[in-house]
Ligand binder design. Structure first.
Ligand SMILES: NC(=O)C1=CN([C@@H]2O[C@H](COP(=O)(O)OP(=O)(O)OC[C@H]3O[C@@H](n4cnc5c(N)ncnc54)[C@H](O)[C@@H]3O)[C@@H](O)[C@H]2O)C=CC1
Ligand SMILES: O=C(O)[C@H]1O[C@H](OP(=O)(O)OP(=O)(O)OC[C@H]2O[C@@H](n3ccc(=O)[nH]c3=O)[C@H](O)[C@@H]2O)[C@H](O)[C@@H](O)[C@@H]1O
Length: 458
C-alpha cells in the first residue's frame, strides 16, 4: 500500500520504516530538513536499537522516502498517518498545533478521485478525530475553495503503544493493535495494512527476532472515541502501577521490609502481573507525564475530579527528589559538595531526556548549591545541546565521574553501571556514599565493603 507518515520522530520514523520493511511504499514527511536529510542518508536521527540496520535495509529497496514536501506524498497515498508531537501546554492540555499544521497540509495535498484514510497515531485528546476532520476540510477549502467531496477521506484512530529503546520490537510484535474507525472501508484498509503483523507472517529481521510463542496479534476494532481513550487509559494505568510500587517502597522503608521481595511477591499473582512494579526515582519520558496531565485536564473539563490520577502525579513528583533527601541525610549540607550522577536518559536504551528524573535531580542539586558531575553512555550530546547553560561537569566515563565526588547517585539502570564492581566504586569516591535510585546493587555486599548504601524501599 502507499503510505505517508507525517512526523519522522520516534513513532513516525519507526512505524514508517517497519511498514516499508513489510513491503509497503512509505513516504515520511517532516518539517525538519536536517532530519529528512539524515534519514535519506540512512543515518538514524535518534538512538534506537536496530534502527540503523533497518534503515540500511529499507533504503536499498527504495520503499522508504523522506521529504519536507507534503503535497506529493499526500496525493498518492491510501493511508496517511499523523505522528507529529503533542507536547504539553502550561495548563496540562496537549499542544495540538503540530497536528493542526499536518492536517491542513494533508487537506491541501489531497486530490479528488482518490480516497484517503487519515490516521491519528499521535496521542491526541479524546474527540480529536472530529477536530482533525475539520482541519483537513479547512486545508482542502484553502486550496480548492469548496468543501471536499463526501467520500474523499475519513479520519481513524490508531494509537501507538511502543516503548522507546524497544520501538522496533514493539512495532513488529505488539500486544494488540487498536483501530478506531467509523467507516467499514477504513477499518478494512487498516486491517490490510497491518495484516503481516496481525498474522505474524513476515520474516523476522535478524536483530529483532520473533519472541517464542507469538500467535496472531489481537486487534481491537472499535469507535474512534474508545480508541483514543484506550491510549490514555493504558499510560495512566502503567504510571499508576509504578507510583503504587514507589508508594509501597516508601512504606517498606519505614516498616523494614524489602520492596524487591514484596513486588515479586505480589507480581506472581496473575491478576497483578510482575511488570512495571520496579520502584525507583520515578517515571519519566515524553509521554507518561504529558498523557496523565492531558487525561486529568479532560476529566476536569467534564466536571470530574480524577483523584487517583492526581495522586499518581504527586507520588512521582516527590519520588524524584527522594535521592536528594538521601544525600542530605548522609552529607548534611550539600553546599559545595560534588555529586556524581550516573544516567541521564529517562530509562536505558534511549538518549531521550524528555521529562527525565535526572533533570529534576540536577535542578534541585544546583538549587542547593551542590556541584554536579554527570555521565550517561548515550545522552551526553543531548544534554549539552539541549541545556547548554547548565553549570555541571561532563565526564567521558562512569569512573571518571567519580573523581573527586563526595557521593554517587544512580539514576538510570544502564547495563554498564551494573558491570562496575562495588569495590571499584568505593575506592574511587572521596566518601563511600552510594544512593542507588534504581536498586541496581546488592545492599549487603555494598555495606560489607564499607559503602554507605541507600536504595529505594529496602
Ligand atoms: N515517543 C514515544 O515513545 C511514543 C510517542 N507517542 C505519541 O506519538 C506522537 C509523536 O511522538 P514522538 O515520535 O515521540 O515525537 P517526536 O518529537 O520524536 O517527533 C515528532 C516529529 O514531528 C515533526 N513535525 C512537527 N510538525 C510537523 C508537521 N506539521 N508536519 C510534519 N512533521 C512535523 C517534528 O519535526 C518531529 O520530527 C506524540 O503524540 C506522542 O505522545 C505514542 C507512543 C509512544
Ligand atoms: O505513550 C508512550 O510514549 C509510551 O510510554 C511508555 O513507554 P516509554 O515512555 O518509552 O517508557 P517505559 O518503558 O514505559 O518507561 C517509562 C518510565 O517509567 C519508569 N519505570 C518503568 C517501569 C518500572 O517498573 N518502573 C519505572 O520506574 C522508567 O524508568 C521510565 O522512566 C509506555 O510503556 C508505552 O507503551 C507508550 O507507548
Amino acid at each position: 500500500m502507499n503510505v505517508a507518515v507525517f512526523g519522522a520522530g520516534y513513532v513516525g520514523l519507526v512505524t514508517g520504516a517497519v511498514l516499508a520493511e513489510l513491503g509497503h511504499r512509505v513516504v515520511l514527511v517532516d518539517v525538519n530538513e536536517q532530519k529528512v536529510e539524515h534519514i535519506m542518508a540512512g543515518i538514524p536521527p535518534i538512538f534506537e536499537q536496530g534502527l540503523s540496520e533497518l534503515l540500511t535495509r529499507v533504503r536499498g529497496t527504495d520503499r522508504l522516502q523522506a521529504t519536507t514536501q507534503a503535497s506529493q506524498a499526500v496525493a498518492s497515498s491510501e493511508i496517511i498517518f499523523i505522528a507529529v508531537g503533542t507536547p504539553p501546554l502550561a495548563d496540562g492540555s496537549p499542544n495540538l498545533e503540530y497536528v493542526h499544521q499536518a492536517a491542513l497540509a494533508i487537506g491541501q495535498g489531497m486530490v479528488s478521485g482518490a480516497s484517503y484514510v487519515i490516521v491519528n497515531k499521535a496521542t491526541v485528546p479524546i474527540g480529536s478525530a472530529n477536530l482533525v476532520e475539520l482541519w483537513i476540510e479547512d486545508g482542502w477549502s484553502a486550496r480548492y475553495g469548496t468543501k471536499p467531496p463526501a467520500d474523499l477521506f475519513t479520519v481513524a484512530s490508531n494509537p501507538e503503544f511502543l516503548r522507546e529503546g524497544s520501538a522496533i520490537h514493539d512495532t513488529l510484535y505488539p500486544d494488540r493493535i487498536v483501530l478506531g474507525a467509523d467507516e467499514t472501508w477504513a477499518m478494512d484498509r487498516l486491517t490490510t495494512l497491518y495484516q503481516p503483523i496481525i498474522a505474524q507472517s513476515f520474516v523476522a529481521p535478524p536483530e529483532t527476532p520473533r519472541p517464542q510463542d507469538r500467535g496472531p496479534v489481537p486487534v481491537i476494532k472499535t469507535d474512534r472515541l474508545s480508541a483514543e481513550m484506550i491510549k490514555y487509559a493504558a499510560n495512566a494505568f502503567l504510571s499508576t502501577k509504578i507510583s503504587f510500587a514507589n508508594e509501597m517502597a516508601n512504606i517498606c522503608e519505614r516498616v523494614g521490609a524489602d520492596i524487591q521481595t514484596v513486588m515479586h511477591g505480589i507480581g506472581l499473582d496473575t491478576r497483578i502481573g510482575p511488570k512495571f512494579l520496579q520502584a525507583g526515582v520515578g517515571w519519566g519520558g515524553s509521554c507518561f507525564g504529558k498523557d496523565l496531565s492531558a487525561l486529568i485536564y479532560t476529566a476536569k473539563e467534564y466536571g470530574y475530579q480524577p483523584r487517583l490520577l492526581e495522586s499518581t502525579q504527586e507520588v512521582n513528583k516527590d519520588q524524584r527528589l527522594l535521592v536528594v533527601k538521601r544525600l542530605q541525610d548522609e552529607l548534611k549540607t550539600l553546599k559545595g559538595r560534588r555529586i556524581a550522577l550516573w544516567g541521564l536518559s529517562f530509562k536505558p536504551g534511549t538518549d531521550d531526556l524528555r521529562d527525565a528524573p535526572a533533570l529534576s535531580v540536577i535542578g534541585e542539586l544546583l538549587r542547593l548549591n551542590a556541584r554536579v558531575t554527570v555521565y550517561d553512555p548515550v545522552a551526553m550530546t543531548n544534554i549539552q545541546q539541549q541545556y547548554p547553560d547548565l553549570d555541571i561537569r561532563y565526564s567521558e566515563s562512569a569512573l571518571e565521574a567519580l573523581d573527586g565526588a563526595d557521593a554517587l547517585v544512580v539514576l538510570t539502570e544502564w547495563d554498564e553501571f551494573q558491570r562496575i564492581p562495588l569495590a571499584t566504586i568505593a575506592q574511587a569516591l572521596t566518601q563511600p556514599i552510594l544512593i542507588d535510585g534504581r536498586n541496581l546493587y546488592d545492599p549487603k555486599e555494598a555495606r560489607h565493603l564499607g559503602i554507605r548504601y541507600r536504595g529505594i524501599g529496602r
